[in-house]
Design a protein around this ligand. Structure first.
Ligand code: NAD
Length: 353
């Protein structure tokens, strides 16, 4: 297993170090794991004047999987847009053709109190959001700001091709087959042509998955249903911008942004794995960040890129065990549990493993 390790900025290096401990523990157990580290984001800019240095991209291209921390920081906010850390992230996703973003929203029973929603609404929650990641209004052309009729206008293009929708739909149906066999496609087909085509393609791909029950929902309703009755969902598939918003909403159902992993896959299941949160500059360098989302990203890596379900479960069970022991980082700490640091959490997971 060749893994490119890209810690990035802010808390990135702290949390990735804990996930690396887990990989090293698996390696000691006899798994053949090779890891190599490279800078990305602000760290890439500092090292090579580019948020995605050529050597980092090459390392990621040659690897089977990429483990990423997070990018971004206040000191880079004034840089011209192409040099900003977030551009490194957008570019690596595009360069590696990582078109399917998998974001589970899973509530650990021990953390039911951390959610802002009532425990009965969220307990037992287990949703998988599949977000298309390389198309849509974030990439569609034309785009720009220009003067029309004596004033500036800003515009972007929401655009999906048939093949872009088909490939992400296949991923979503495949995941639904391994879960509860229910797929909800989210769009805005009542007002957007782009969504009309999306819906047609999702229905067409569905003929290859007769066992999966397909439903459709407008994005505004989906945003409402996610807080009204989130347990109605099994797998959700949606485009880039709707998925961006809905997956952040879903993440808060579970209480802490520090708990949720993600995977971004290409058509051969090569993937980039990262926590859903950002670089948290407000707490960086203090050894208090929650590394569990990053550790759980390694579990997803074992499941989706390396097809090692038993290892994925082993990591996930180690995390559950640590939570059951009452160990918590500051973000999920409540009365009656023990507050520990980022590195102590990494050690605890390794011990439980
Ligand atoms: P953020 O996710 O970094 O932080 C939001 C809040 O959650 C902060 O209060 C932070 O302390 C807390 N938090 C986040 N992760 C945590 C963890 N593991 N443990 C404990 N607390 C945690 O979002 P933001 O503040 O909007 O953005 C900060 C920077 O991160 C910006 O530069 C932004 O562009 C970047 N960002 C990067 C990514 C990415 O790399 N994928 C994603 C989102 C934001």
């Amino acid at each position: 297993m060749k893994i490119a390790v890209l810690p990035g900025d802010g808390i990135g290096p702290e949390i990735v170090a804990q996930a690396v401990k887990v990989l090293e523990a698996l390696s000691r157990d006899g798994m053949k794991i090779e890891m190599e580290e490279a800078p990305i984001g602000g760290a890439g800019y500092d090292a090579a004047g580019d948020p995605l240095p050529a050597a980092t991209l090459k390392l990621a291209q040659d690897a089977d999987a990429v483990l990423l921390g997070a990018v971004g920081g206040w000191k880079y906010d004034a840089l011209p847009r192409p040099m900003r850390p977030e551009q490194g992230l957008l570019r690596i996703r595009k360069e590696l053709n990582l078109f399917a973003n998998l974001r589970p929203a899973l509530l650990y029973p021990e953390l039911a109190d951390a959610s802002t929603l009532k425990p009965e609404v969220v307990s037992g929650l287990d949703i998988m959001i599949v977000r298309e990641l390389t198309g849509d209004i974030y990439f569609g052309q034309p785009r720009g700001i220009e003067v029309r009729n004596g004033e500036r206008v800003g515009y972007n293009t929401m655009l999906y091709s048939e093949s872009e929708v088909r490939r992400v739909a296949h991923v979503a149906y495949g995941i639904a087959m391994k879960r509860g066999k229910r797929l909800c496609s989210v769009e805005k087909a009542n007002v957007l042509e782009c969504s009309e085509l999306w819906r047609e393609m999702v229905i067409e791909v569905g003929t290859s998955y007769p066992e999966v029950e397909l439903s459709h929902m407008y994005v505004d309703n989906a945003a409402m249903q996610l807080v009204r009755n989130p347990k109605q969902f099994d797998v959700i598939v949606t485009g880039n911008i709707f998925g961006d918003i809905l997956s952040d909403e879903a993440s808060m159902l579970t209480g802490s942004i520090g708990m949720l992993p993600s995977a971004s896959l290409d058509s051969n299941n090569k993937g980039m794995y990262e926590p859903i949160h950002g670089s948290a500059p407000d707490i960086a360098g203090r050894n208090i960040a929650n590394p569990l989302a990053t550790i759980l990203s390694v579990a997803m890596m074992m499941r989706y890129t390396f097809s090692r379900e038993e290892i994925a479960l082993r990591i996930e069970n180690a995390v559950k065990k640590v939570l059951a022991q009452g160990l918590r980082t500051a973000d999920i700490h409540v009365a009656g549990t023990k507050k520990i640091s980022c590195s102590e959490m990494g050690d605890a997971v390794v011990a439980a493993l």
